[in-house]
Design a protein around this ligand. Structure first.
Ligand SMILES: [Zn+2]
Length: 92
């Protein structure tokens, strides 16, 4: 899937359609203080194994991709729910 670098989109802060720049969101290292990471560490402790069993069966053919839209006027960025696609490219 190809996405343009600039796209016209609704900005909730400006309350109208403005030009947004599109960026892919990279995965950041999980903070040790976040609830999800604390829960993960707690579950991993002791004799129980990994929190979830490894998924069996066929591999998924698509991956989740997160896109971030930043308003060029007020610099507010919005990250809508991720989308599934084989490949997501942000092109000119
Ligand atoms: Zn805006």
């Amino acid at each position: 899937m190809h996405k343009p670098r600039k796209i016209k989109r609704y900005c909730p802060k400006c309350k109208k359609h403005t030009v947004h720049s599109v960026d892919k969101v990279k995965k950041k290292k999980a903070s040790e203080l976040k609830q999800g990471q604390r829960r993960f560490r707690r579950v991993m402790r002791g004799y129980r194994g990994f929190p979830r069993p490894k998924p069996e069966g066929r591999e998924k053919t698509t991956r989740r991709a997160n896109l971030k839209y930043t308003c060029t006027k007020c610099k507010k960025s919005i990250q809508p729910p991720s989308l599934r696609a084989k490949k997501v490219e942000v092109s000119e």
